[in-house]
Structures are given as C-alpha cells and as structure tokens.
Ligand binder design. Structure first.
Ligand SMILES: *Cc1c(COP(=O)(O)O)cnc(C)c1O
Length: 404
C-alpha cells in the first residue's frame, strides 16, 4: 500500500477557531487590538523592540525597502538561491537587485565570495561603494536566512560596515532561528517574516517587519496604512473627526485581526512546533547519515536551525550524472508516483525568465545557486508525521535511487 505523504501540513488545534471566533464576535475584524497583540508576541519572542504586521513577507520586504529609501540608482545584493519574492521586492522600489552566489552546504550567501565580488565591482567613494560599471550606489544587501538557518550575519554586517551599505534580513523561513543566543532580527538589521502555510506558523497569508529602530518603526506603521500620520502638534486633540495627514506615499498592507487571531493561537504552540520539527529533522539526519549519494542540511556550530524546510542536496561527485537536474527530477517524479511529495529546495533567481531577460544573466554565472536549484530535495516534514513515515520516505528514496 502506498502512503500519502505531503511536504508540509500546518498544525492547528481548536484554539485557532476559538480565537478567530472571538474576533468576529467583537465586531472589529480589520487591523486592531489582535494585530497589536500578535506583534507584541512575535517581537518578545525574537527579542526585538518593534514589530509591524503586514499582509505577507513580500509586502513586508517592499514596505521596509521603501521606508529605508531604496530606489532608482541603488544596487541591492541578493543571494540568487532564494524565493523570487526576495528579488521582486527590490524591483518594486526601482532599485537593482544584484544577484550573488551561495554556498552549497548552508544554501546561504557565500560571504567570502561576496567580499571579492564587491571588491571587484565597486569602488569606495568616501563612505559609499559605487558600481564601477553603472555608477549605482551600493545601498543594501538582503541576507536571506534560508529554510530556517541564519546566514553568516556577523560577517555580512562587517562587510556592510566596510562598504557603507545596509543589511536587511529575509527571515521568511526563520522565525526562532539563532546564532549563539541571538535571534534573527537581533543583529542590528531589520528583518522580515512570513506566515504563509508553508512556513513554521501561519496566518493564512501574513508577514511582519521587526526592528529595534523607533523611527523606522514609526515610518513602517504609517506607510503600511496609506502613509497616514497625525502631526505631533495635533495629537493631543484626539480629534477623530479630523483626517490624518498624508505626507508620504503609503500602501494598504495591513494584516486583519482575523489573521492575527490565528497567529496568536499559533504562537502559543510555537515552541512545541519548533521542538517537534527539530526532532523530526534529527531523525532524518540519523536515517540519511553515511549515504554517499545525498548530503543532509549542514548546520554550522552555534547556529539553531528551525527546519522550516528539510533540504538535502544530491552528491554528484558520487553520482557522476551529466545532467544532475534531470536525474533529480526523475527521482522526485518516482517518489511522487508512490505518494511521497517532495520539492526542489527553491530556485536560482538569476535563471528565471524575468531576471535572465532583464539583466542578461546566464545560468552558469552563479554556479552554486544553479547547482542548488538542480540538486536540492526538500523532504516531507510536519508535526503529524510518524517515525514510521520518515523511515518509509528514506527507504523509498534509497530504493528508487538505486533503481535509477
Ligand atoms: C516564502 C518566502 C518569501 C515570501 O513570503 P510570502 O509571505 O509568501 O510573501 C520570501 N522570501 C523567502 C526566502 C521565502 O521563503
């Protein structure tokens, strides 16, 4: 008998429906007290001062970049192996995403290569790095904490200090991820979270920006709500009949209290969810240890991986395939045919049509990102899974690999 094993299932109990029902009974369903409560809970957990809930991580990234002043004439370094939304949000601002390569063990930015890349392509003019070819200012880098593992943020911050750019953390997958005792978002950079059902906890759709900077926080909260602000000299009036001022271009990126109610209920079980995911990941590590055809996710010392996704990579030094991508796809197809859902890790953004066409990238320009796109496999991982399910996945993976 074949089983039916999906890649992920969100984990709900009765409390999500109960919290949502309370919000509906209260009559206040748009952004209100529940959103504020959810923001407080996430900020406290990640040990940052401020949080701004929005409609997705994509809008979180866009809002943050807009508030930081990104625009035309700015370069933003983005690792190519990430979900396309990371680069898209840079595009929305008119800035130029400059795609850089990643490591094939952590799947995160290769900081050493990044240093050489900046050195080769930018010149320092005072405190700013200027693109030698286009004259663009190197404004920022997005450090993507992919699949629940932090990038080497301290090293990226050191480069940022040297070349005068800002760092944004894309923590869509990384709620709860740490280096040492510091959570993502706690390294002096603003960070963006996602609450899509594919991530550790969910609000259906949803996202959040975290920061320790009170001025940035104020801007984020104004511009997520159409840019509405009440000038300091009118605040004491509390005059509800006066419309606020609109001095900045704003958006409607507000999360609803209905979504936040689900988030509050999810956050109550976050430690449990994280603990269970880490236990399941440890079991995969054990079951897959020593298999020469595949490598399990690498976790540098002192890093806490949250395993939003459990992403392995095929070892082509062992397999010796001419076309590792085609081989991986056949393997995933065979698994799918017997009811085991898997995915490629994510894509290499520089090889996607929009970016290849607009900026002239060739697949081989960023060989590691390309290899990750072709050789990674996300295995099913969810709370409701049993040890037996995991044994079955690994057994079938090995069987089919031998057969191919
Ligand atoms: C999921 C994801 C996003 C987008 O999140 P949404 O909430 O779906 O907009 C952005 N970046 C990364 C790395 C992601 O994994």
């Amino acid at each position: 008998m074949n089983r039916n094993i999906p890649v992920i299932i969100p984990y709900f109990t009765d409390s999500e429906a109960q919290e949502i029902s309370k919000v509906i009974q209260s009559g206040w369903v748009a952004q209100g007290p529940k959103v504020a409560e959810f923001e407080r809970k996430i900020a406290d957990h990640e040990q940052v001062k401020f949080a701004t809930a929005v409609t997705s991580c994509t809008t979180a990234l866009h809002l943050l970049m807009a508030c930081m002043g990104l625009g035309k004439g700015h370069d933003v370094l983005v690792p190519s192996f990430t979900f396309v939304a990371t680069a898209n949000s840079v595009e929305y601002t008119g800035a130029t995403p400059v795609l850089v390569d990643v490591r094939t063990d952590t799947y995160n930015i290769d900081v050493e290569a990044l240093g050489s890349f900046i050195e080769a392509n930018y010149r320092l003019d005072g405190k700013q790095a200027i693109n030698r070819k286009t004259g663009n200012i190197l404004f920022a880098a997005v450090a993507v904490n992919l699949f629940g593992l932090c990038a080497d943020i301290p090293a990226i911050n050191a480069l940022a200090a040297k070349y005068g750019f800002k760092v944004i953390e894309d923590s869509a997958c990384a709620l709860g991820a740490k280096i040492g005792n510091t959570f993502e978002g706690g390294f002096g950079n603003p960070s963006c979270l996602s609450f899509h059902p594919r991530k550790s906890i969910t609000t259906g759709e949803g996202g959040m920006v975290l920061t320790n900077d009170p001025l940035l926080d104020e801007k984020l909260k104004e511009r997520r709500a159409h840019g509405a602000s009440v000038p300091a000299d009118k605040r004491h009036l509390h005059a509800g009949y006066l419309l606020p001022e609109f001095d900045e271009l704003g958006y409607n990126y507000r999360m609803t209290d209905v979504q936040a109610a689900m988030g509050v209920a999810q956050m109550e079980k976050f430690e449990f969810i994280l603990g269970e995911r880490r236990k399941r990941a440890a079991l995969y590590d054990k079951l897959l240890a020593g298999l020469p055809f595949i490598k399990t996710p690498f976790v540098p010392q002192d890093y806490l991986h949250t395993y939003q996704s459990y992403v392995c990579i095929l070892n082509n030094e062992h397999l010796g395939q001419k076309d590792i991508g085609a081989y991986r796809n056949r393997l995933l197809g065979e698994l799918d045919a017997i009811g085991i859902a898997t995915r490629q890790g994510t894509h290499a953004v520089h090889s996607l049509g929009y970016y290849a066409n607009k900026y002239g990238y060739k697949p081989q320009d960023l060989p590691n990102a390309l290899y990750c796109q072709e050789a990674t496999i996300t295995l099913p991982l969810y709370i409701q899974m049993t040890d037996d399910d995991q044994n079955y996945v690994v057994e079938k993976l090995c069987e089919l690999q031998k057969k191919l």
